[in-house]
Design a protein. Structure first.
Ligand SMILES: [Zn+2]
Length: 110
């Protein structure tokens, strides 16, 4: 069984803890477990100027989300209104349920 090192999942609400987007609330687009990176919606967006080329005949400015370190974001708990650490409970069925370590709120509703 794979080691559950990172408790964050795609579509989780997060808050950015460091950098130019510090304090920004976002959503996980993708978790890159191999490199311990997160792709977050509207966070760490870089603009790239592209010259017209066969793939992109018009060229222009493209915006792209660059990944940030997984440790630079925390799960955003609505009840706590802040970034929190998550705990994991293993239920009788073997199913895992994540909860907010600050207020105890279960974050996996489904
Ligand atoms: Zn909480």
């Amino acid at each position: 069984m794979a080691l559950v090192k990172y408790k964050l999942k795609k579509n989780d609400p997060v808050i950015v803890k460091v950098g130019k987007d510090k304090g920004k609330k976002s959503k996980i687009l993708k978790v890159d477990k191999k490199n311990a990176k997160l792709f977050l919606e509207d966070v760490n967006v870089v603009k790239r100027h592209t010259k017209p080329n066969p793939m992109d005949p018009d060229g222009g400015i493209h915006e792209k989300e660059m990944p940030i370190d997984i440790s630079n974001a925390m799960y955003y708990c609505k009840k706590c209104d802040s970034g929190v650490r998550l705990g994991v409970k293993v239920l009788g069925s073997g199913q895992k349920q994540r909860f907010c370590k600050s207020c105890g709120e279960i974050v996996d509703k489904d």
